[in-house]
Write a protein that binds this ligand. Structure first.
Ligand code: NAD
Length: 371
């Protein structure tokens, strides 16, 4: 089996290049110390691409992305491009990438590191050991459904409307991802919708149940109304393993779950499509223009996103786990960037945090010999 993979690197804007430089260092370390060969190509996305090519994602870069095994993305956006027309905005590059690759499943883990337990606004006993994975449908639902619009009712009133719509195929492919992931974790899926008041939610529940019976009866399935899920995430979050949900509820529930962990600089994400399509791996945070170029950015969300890519796109689960463990060790040792600094800890730069993680990994001889 080939151990050579192609990774498309899209650093983007703001802190994007600084945090992605840490992934470059990690890739160099992996190439030097394991049997894997990770080749990289580089492209522009976001405001820097609009500046260079007039569009936030060029056709050429998109084709290079398509030809890769996985795509690593930093972040896009910044005040410089706030006034540009909609299809030249940095975010339009991201949306185009997701749409063209039909990345329908967005994975957002909410993992509480013991060393950062005080960063959560919830009590330590509620969030200790928390490990939830939210799988949000990303390309359907009310954000894309037709008809949509704002109409003039002619009597000084207007009406705004959107359509929540899901097909069986859209529901099944998302649920299948959820069941597959649950088998590699706690083997439990909680499916969230509003079947009590929405037909699309009723269909969602029926289709998830049917798929479970047909293909995934080995996984525990429970259904929960989305509003109850929002409440349960604060009341007793450790009851959850994998949560599958639609685009709108997933948008809200994943942000809520993220805040259980307390720190934006620590949150990775993945967007996956059909088999054979490269996944996109990126931190949840944005381009942080307020700290760009100052060496203050926390690179861990990006490095943890890269670990997700190793696991889900390159099938290198052991190496991914070793990187996650290295992040854990570095935090336990009190090494912190400014956003997660605490009393008694040592504050380091973006670059130093990247080095600390690689140093820890280098001490993990099991990976060096086995990968
Ligand atoms: P942001 O996530 O960039 O920043 C919010 C706050 O968190 C800032 O104070 C920032 O300094 C801090 N922060 C973010 N990431 C950090 C890190 N790794 N280390 C330390 N601190 C970090 O959100 P924003 O300020 O609302 O948006 C800034 C720009 O990013 C906007 O142009 C927005 O459109 C864009 N954005 C892009 C993405 C993306 O690329 N996926 C996501 C969200 C926002």
């Amino acid at each position: 089996m080939s151990n050579t993979y192609n990774i498309m690197m899209l650093p983007g804007d703001g802190i994007g290049p600084e945090i992605m430089a840490q992934v470059e260092k990690l890739i160099t370390w992996i190439n030097d110390n394991t049997d894997l060969t990770l080749k990289t190509e580089h492209g522009l996305i976001g405001g820097c691409s609009t500046d260079a090519h007039g569009v936030p994602l060029s056709d050429e870069t998109l084709e290079e992305c398509r030809a890769s095994d996985m795509i690593m993305l930093g972040a896009v956006g910044g005040p410089k491009w706030d006034g540009v027309e909609y299809n030249k905005r940095p975010e339009a590059g991201l949306l185009r990438l997701r749409k063209e690759l039909d990345l329908f499943a967005n994975l957002r883990p909410a993992l509480v590191f013991d060393a950062l337990i005080d960063a959560s606004t919830l009590k330590p006993e509620i969030v200790r050991g928390l490990d939830i994975l939210i799988v949000r449908e990303l390309t359907g639902g009310v954000y894309f459904g037709e008809p949509r619009g704002i109409e003039d009712l002619g009597n000084g009133q207007r009406r705004g409307y959107n359509t929540q719509t899901y097909t069986t195929n859209e529901i099944e492919r998302l649920a299948r991802v959820g069941f597959d992931l649950a088998r590699k974790r706690g083997n439990k899926v909680t499916s969230c919708e509003k079947a009590n008041v929405m037909e699309s939610g009723k269909l969602w529940r029926e289709d998830v149940t049917a798929l479970h019976t047909a293909e995934a009866s080995d996984v525990t399935l429970e259904h929960m109304y989305a509003d109850n899920c929002a409440m349960q995430l604060l009341r007793n979050p450790s009851q959850f393993d994998v949560i599958i949900t639609d685009n709108l509820f997933g948008d809200i529930l994943s942000d809520e779950a993220a805040m259980l962990t307390g720190s934006l600089g620590m949150l990775p994400s993945a967007s996956l499509g059909a088999d054979g399509i490269p996944g996109v791996y990126e931190p949840v945070h944005g381009s942080a223009p307020d700290i760009a170029g100052q060496g203050k950015a926390n690179p861990l969300a990006t490095l943890l996103s890269f670990a997700m890519g190793l696991r889900y796109s390159l099938n290198q689960g052991d190496l991914a786990t070793a990187i996650e463990q290295a992040a854990q060790n570095v935090l336990n040792n009190g090494t912190r960037t400014a956003d997660i600094i605490a009393e008694g800890c040592t504050q380091v730069s973006t670059d130093e945090m990247g080095d600390a993680l690689i140093d820890d990994l280098a001490n993990n001889s099991a990976i060096k010999n086995a990968a």
